[in-house]
Design a protein around this ligand. Structure first.
Ligand code: HPA
Length: 250
């Protein structure tokens, strides 16, 4: 089977760029419902790629309402073998300062009430997939090499804690997550990574730190600061993804 890479866009990344030559763009119906947005398939700088913004094209779907199962199912149904996910996160670890790009290697799931598995006992056999290393080692390696080639700073490794949202955390919740070993907190890493594993899709996430987590600084977190950092960081994410695709298809 030939490889097909997909990009799942997070906050701030609702499209690739104007050089993405879209061949098809369709809302997809799956046994689990409809995708968050039209699934775009085409060529980006000559490389085949599928693109799906998980919050919808206008960021209208909050993290807990995203139909992760429909999104992942649709990606697999068009032949996607690898997913590069983009995620905005808050930083906890001192390395994860705002503006930094990180490549998590572990995950802790703090979400609740999300449809988080294809193995729900209804129509298939119960499956207990291995999730010891939630992110694909080979895909992480090619993202690391790509960052070096493009001279993009990237923190290698870290624990992504996934909170339910959409509110941010309390300072005490962040203290607890820090004690658990979390380096960064986002709201969309799960069940996405777990579902990708159930479908045997290679999956890695590029995390952009857009704020310090609650209570790390003695002040409130504002959406203005988050949006400002997102705006500044999204170009680096596009460059990194572009280089990873070039490497992977060469
Ligand atoms: N917490 C959870 N998710 C986030 C944050 C945060 O501080 N910033 C961006 N996504």
């Amino acid at each position: 089977m030939t490889d097909l890479y997909a990009v799942i866009g997070g906050s701030g990344l609702y499209s690739l760029d104007e050089e993405f030559e879209i061949e098809t763009a369709e809302l997809r119906d799956t046994p689990y419902g409809q995708t968050s947005a039209e699934l775009q398939i085409g060529k980006w700088h000559g490389n085949p790629v599928a693109f799906l913004p998980r919050h919808g094209r206008d960021h209208q779907i909050p993290p807990h309402k995203i139909n992760y199962r429909a999104n992942l199912w649709a990606l697999q149904s068009v032949g996607v073998s690898h997913i590069i996910a983009a995620n905005a996160v808050g930083g906890i670890d001192s390395r994860y300062t705002p503006q930094v790009l990180g490549l998590p290697d572990q995950i802790i799931d703090y979400t609740n009430n999300r449809e988080h598995t294809f193995s729900d006992g209804d129509n298939n056999q119960v499956q207990h997939v291995d999730f010891s290393w939630p992110y694909s080692g080979t895909l992480r390696d090619s993202i690391k090499i790509s960052a070096q080639r493009r001279d993009i700073d990237l923190i290698d490794g870290g624990v992504y804690g996934c909170s339910n949202g959409p509110r941010l955390e309390s300072a005490a919740e962040i203290r607890k997550m820090k004690a658990d070993g979390c380096s960064m907190i986002g709201m969309t890493g799960m069940p996405e990574a777990g579902l990708a594993r159930e479908l045997s899709i290679q999956y890695a996430a590029i995390a952009l730190v857009v704020n310090w987590c609650a209570g790390i600084e003695d002040r409130e977190i504002t959406m203005d600061e988050i949006n400002h950092v997102l705006h500044q960081g999204v170009g680096r994410i596009r460059q990194l993804i572009d280089e990873t695709l070039r490497q992977s298809y060469s």
